[in-house]
Design a protein around this ligand. Structure first.
Ligand code: SER
Length: 318
């Protein structure tokens, strides 16, 4: 049986688009989507799909062996906002799922692993502007602590057991096809839905909160590029800084207003403001660019145009 790719968390915001991109490249028969819940999107229902609890190692092993899985994209995680509400559950899901996949690599049951990290690994003591690859990292959220610890475990399994694990620190990801779940950067998605629905949006982050952001297409390209790169080009085995654009809620609002002139925005910060304030404004990703040729395509203007068209097209379908 030819070897296959497994995506864990395939119903999630990144996993759903990654699954389709990998099926386009490798063919439907080469990609197994999995999630703890059944898919609702017709695209996922049509392809190979397994129910998988990422915290259950035996469940993992069965699927890996039944499908002759060679490469795993471990995309299941509890994001920053939700993990603050359920700290131990967040830690348990994020760490156990990572250990499971790293141990598949250690036992030579799979040969290549992708695991996402995040800008959440940084904290209030990190330099905020052009945050370097190597710097002070004192995350203050459960999610950030789990990602920082996870990065160290990735580097450890690579050095000690030769596991080929690759990772990038995603900024806030903006997409319309699948809703995000419980992130601090999600305002930058909700805003498009509300702009088109009611022409009003109340942002849960203040107007001048700068955060690093990225359009999903760029994030998917980065993910596939680092996995396709020759092993010797992937020199950093914790996780790579990755960046495209940084903006504030007010800047995003004003770009959307160019398309929807009567759109109104108000601001009412909630607990996620503290999380956002602890994260960098901008990221220096020169090592990803030089080591494996990363480059982004989407700036703020393009993101807004694509998102408005994309969200409108969803409304037509529904
Ligand atoms: N988008 C994520 C979050 O807000 C950051 O990795 O939790």
């Amino acid at each position: 049986m030819p070897s296959k790719i497994l995506i864990v968390g395939a119903c999630g915001q990144i996993g759903s688009e990654l699954t389709l991109a990998l099926r386009d490249i490798h063919g439907d028969d080469a990609v197994v989507a999995s999630d703890i819940k059944s898919p609702t999107s017709p695209d996922l229902i049509d392809g190979l799909f397994e129910i998988l609890d990422a915290t259950d190692f035996e469940n993992f092993k069965t699927i890996v062996s039944n499908h002759n899985i060679d490469t795993v994209y471990m995309m299941a995680a509890m994001l920053s906002g939700t993990a603050e509400k359920f700290p131990e559950k967040g830690w348990d899901l994020n760490m156990t799922s990572l250990f499971n996949v790293l141990n598949l690599g250690k036992e030579k049951l799979v040969s290549k692993i992708f695991w996402p990290s995040s800008i959440a690994v940084f904290g209030p003591t990190t330099p905020k502007i052009d945050t370097p690859q190597q710097t002070i990292m004192e995350p203050t959220t459960v999610y950030g602590i789990s990602k920082q610890a996870g990065e160290r475990w990735c580097a450890y399994y690579n050095k000690r057991y030769g596991v080929d694990v690759r990772s990038i620190r995603y900024p806030g990801l903006i997409s319309y096809k699948t809703p995000p779940g419980g992130g601090t950067t999600d305002y930058a998605i909700e805003i498009f839905h509300e702009a088109l629905k009611s022409s009003n949006y109340t942002s849960f982050l203040s107007k001048d909160t700068v955060l690093p952001m990225m359009y999903m297409d760029d994030a998917i390209n980065a993910t596939i590029s680092i996995m396709d790169a020759p092993a010797e080009s992937v020199k950093i085995r914790s996780s790579y800084n990755l960046s495209s654009v940084s903006f504030t809620p007010e800047e995003l609002y004003s770009e959307i207003k160019n398309h929807i002139p009567d759109f109104n925005m108000s601001y009412e910060s909630d607990f996620r403001q503290d999380i956002a304030d602890s994260w960098p404004d901008s990221i220096d990703d020169s090592e990803a660019r030089s080591d494996w040729g990363w480059k982004h395509d989407f700036d703020l203007k393009m993101i807004v145009k694509e998102m408005l068209e994309g969200v409108k097209s969803l409304k037509k379908v529904n």
